[in-house]
Design a protein around this ligand. Structure first.
Ligand SMILES: Nc1ncnc2c1ncn2[C@@H]1O[C@H](COP(=O)(O)OP(=O)(O)OP(=O)(O)O)[C@@H](O)[C@H]1O
Length: 337
């Protein structure tokens, strides 16, 4: 439904030109929650803001349901933009207006009648769990409640796409979870496609179906979130995943090891874990499990074991190959000492 083709966004300064987005091609499917992750300066905001033309791309196309929005201007662009809602890290509410007036503002801007606005605003506030807060001003709300107003406002005109710009970065962990749960619910019940940018892998793990990892304006890796957790290719993707899986083996353990250290991913099936005992019987290697845990990625279990394999190097290589072929992935963390 959203096709980004060879998109580039350059910022031209007096002395130099910065490529915020550098030749990005991506397809975002209808009804999915798509995450774009990267460190500061990777180009996430630039890419997201091109999707509703808050930034004008330098080159490339953005097709939304087949319409290239980069070609639109004036009334046509305003009309197309109504299909795309957006929420922000710092909410961007109008402080002098009540919650009801903030949400009504989006409907007014779209030319909706007074009757329709009066009918729609309470509906939207109920949807985000703020049915009793209509007369409050933003200053009287918590961060999570402010973001709920932002979500109600973004959904006012029944968009097909919701863009989320670091929507939970200013919130504490428990409020973050409640806002992510609301976004998930909106995606499920209203079928709205959600594109979110974040620098937190926890957010991705919690709600995204697919993700793209950005670095220096480019997408360096993309795919199904479970697949990327199980089989990351790029070092940067691994770094992000490590922030969630928290694998740091004590230095002492690394120093004292005798064998090859491997990390094995299991697709959560107990049967797969039998592979390890099978290997120990089949090959002449000794194995010590040093660490094990199960993470839930989108409610699907991903088991992770760290093992030390001790034995003849050829035999270890055969054992590794055997495990690799029968599990969700194996990574050699350190060769035999
Ligand atoms: N308006 C602008 N003028 C000039 N350069 C810009 C502008 N906006 C972004 N850039 C540059 O484009 C690159 C990508 O920035 P962008 O804000 O898109 O990254 P980001 O991944 O969203 O980072 P952050 O999370 O810090 O916002 C950076 O090098 C940034 O300095």
């Amino acid at each position: 439904m959203i096709e980004i083709q060879q998109l580039t966004k350059e910022y031209r300064g007096k002395k130099s030109t910065v490529k915020g987005v550098d030749d990005v091609t991506l397809t975002i499917k209808k009804g999915e929650i798509f995450g774009i992750i990267g460190y500061s300066g990777a180009g996430k905001s630039s890419l997201l803001r091109c999707l509703n033309m808050l930034e004008t791309p330098t080159s490339g196309k953005i097709l939304i349901d087949g319409v290239d929005i980069t070609k639109l201007k004036g009334k046509d662009l305003r009309h197309e933009r109504l299909k795309i809602g957006m929420i922000f890290q710092h909410f961007h509410l109008i402080s002098s207006k009540t919650v009801t007036q903030n949400v009504a503002f989006a409907l007014k801007a779209a030319g909706k009648s007074k009757e329709e606005i009066e009918r729609r605003v309470p509906e939207l506030l109920d949807l985000v769990g703020l049915g009793d807060k209509g007369h409050h001003y933003p200053a009287q709300l918590s961060g999570g409640q402010k973001q709920r107003v932002g979500i109600a406002r973004a959904l006012a005109n029944n968009p097909k796409v919701l863009l989320c710009d670091e929507a939970t970065s200013a919130l504490d962990p428990s409020t973050t979870r409640s806002i992510l749960a609301l976004l998930k619910e909106i995606n499920r019940t209203l079928g709205i496609t959600i594109v979110l940018i974040t620098h937190e892998m926890e957010v991705v793990k919690e709600i995204c179906h697919r993700i793209a990892v950005m670095q220096n304006g480019k997408v360096i890796e993309s795919g199904d979130v479970y697949e990327l957790f199980a089989r990351p290719v790029q070092p940067l993707t691994r770094d992000f995943i490590d922030t969630v899986l928290h694998f740091s083996l004590p230095d002492k353990l690394l120093e004292n090891r005798r064998g090859t250290l491997v990390k094995i991913n299991f697709q959560g099936e107990i049967a797969e874990k039998a592979v390890v005992s099978e290997v120990l019987k089949k090959f002449n290697v000794e194995g010590n499990i040093l660490h094990g845990k199960i993470e839930y990625i989108q409610d699907e279990p991903l088991g992770i074991f760290i093992m030390e394999l001790i034995g003849d190097s050829q035999e270890i290589a055969r054992a590794i190959e055997h495990i690799r072929q029968r599990t969700a992935g194996l990574e050699v963390l350190a060769d035999a000492a």
